[in-house]
Design a binder for this molecule. Sequence first.
Ligand code: SF4
Ligand code: SF4
Length: 176
Amino acid sequence: MSKVKKKVKVIKIDIEKCNGCRACEIICSAYHAAPKYSSNNPARSRIRLIRDPIKDIYLPVYAGEYAAAECMGRDIYVIDGREYAECDFCRAACPSRDVFKEPDSGLPLKCDMCEDEKEPLCVKWCLAEALTYEEREEEAEEEVKLDDMEIGLKSLVDKYGFQNLVDSVVRMTQKG
Ligand code: SF4
Ligand code: SF4
């Protein structure tokens, strides 16, 4: 497989600087509204703030990959004397919670780094400078891009299992 140059986009999170204002959630949901900026709803944001003022916890977390099943083991982090709940640092939309799911459809949400914007909007709107943006180039193996049909098949396999899918196709061809 050939090597290609890949641009890696990184948002650095300094949780000590986060004051819990939630501006990042508001701008992210507004940017991704259809049409753009027509509404805002933190539940549709691809960055969520884990917030517990009594414990002085303000933790911004970005939506990552969708997980079809919830994980069997969980972690508890204690940082600077603050104990975080088991799923606080997790970036996945998974069946065990409602975070990072589009509230109407239930479809998973994922941070897209604001697509064509020069700088992610959550970073721009974070006046406390808890979020900073960095770009770097890395060499990587060329990715094999899945086409639409393969993506659709993969989600069906994830949902129903490979054997059930094969059985359905066999039944369909026998009927046809
Ligand atoms: S905008 Fe910045 S300070 Fe406000 S909640 Fe988001 S990360 Fe925290
Ligand atoms: S980078 Fe863009 S898409 Fe990702 S969380 Fe921030 S505002 Fe949302």
